[in-house]
Design a binder for this molecule. Structure first.
Ligand code: PEP
Length: 252
């Protein structure tokens, strides 16, 4: 059975290493018992080493919230995918809307995705429109975003890619997107990928949904949205809520 992927984006939380260890430990205890869900936690980079070193046998993977597009050099403050790989990090969120809003472009994102894939880090490419109108312009926007973000990725490297569809208006909001619309978008993204890389590649690329997911709406999102996984923001650092979400999804 193909496992559902649940990725926790901790964003800039929590405030202390002790709290980070607590969230990690509590989540891991539950995550290790799940049958149909695989869990990736993306803490702030400063906590990564400690969490990786505290790992005993576990199925939980660690991801970063970004990765730079050069392997090494004079790039103050940046962290390269090669360094992440060396540390034991397996995934990297790339192109999150909170980074795009600070000036990250599709061109930078395409280089980041390509380098991650080359060095063996699984990129979780975030895409999503800011607004929607009745004319459906968001579809062209998403198509361009996918094409531009992947224009440096050859077909041979595409099998490791994960895409997280996160409409910006649904991030940090009260309500998630309607599951029926999530389904529509996931099919649309798979079609764009199929046109770029071929049918099999398009169909097999996991498409995740992100935006105000919690344990109350997760089941509906999976059942009606028919997605391959979730990218969870705020709820991923709420121990009780996240653990409940994982258990709920494991019942599907
Ligand atoms: C996110 O930041 O990727 C996200 C989905 O946030 P939230 O779940 O808090 O809306």
């Amino acid at each position: 059975m193909k496992k559902r992927i649940i990725i926790g984006n901790w964003k800039m939380n929590p405030r202390t290493l002790e709290e980070a260890k607590n969230i990690y430990k509590s989540t891991k205890t539950v995550a290790d018992k799940l049958k149909s869900v695989s869990v990736v936690m993306c803490p702030p980079f400063v906590y990564t080493s400690t969490l990786l070193n505290s790992r005993t046998e576990t199925t939980v993977k660690i991801g970063s919230q970004d990765a730079y597009f050069e392997e090494q050099g004079s790039y103050t403050g940046e962290i390269s995918p090669v360094m992440l790989k060396d540390l034991g990090v397996e995934y990297a969120i790339i192109g999150h809307s909170e980074r795009r809003s600070k000036g990250e472009t599709d061109e930078m994102i395409s280089k980041k995705v390509a380098l991650c894939l080359e060095v063996g880090i699984i990129p979780i490419l975030c895409i999503g429109e800011k607004v929607r109108d009745e004319g459906g312009s968001h579809l062209d926007f998403i198509k361009d975003q996918v094409k531009n973000s992947l224009n440096k990725v050859p077909k041979k490297n595409i099998s490791k890619l994960i895409i997280a569809y996160e409409p910006i208006w649904a991030i940090g909001a009260k309500e998630a997107m309607m599951p029926e619309s999530i389904y529509e978008m996931s099919l649309f993204i798979k079609k764009v990928l199929s046109d770029m890389y071929g049918h099999d590649e398009g169909i097999s690329t996991p498409i995740l949904y992100g935006g105000s997911v919690n344990f109350r709406n997760a089941l509906d999102i999976f059942n009606k949205g028919k997605i391959d996984g979730l990218l969870v923001g705020r709820e991923s650092v709420n121990i009780t809520g996240f653990v409940e979400l994982l258990k709920t999804v494991d019942t599907i």
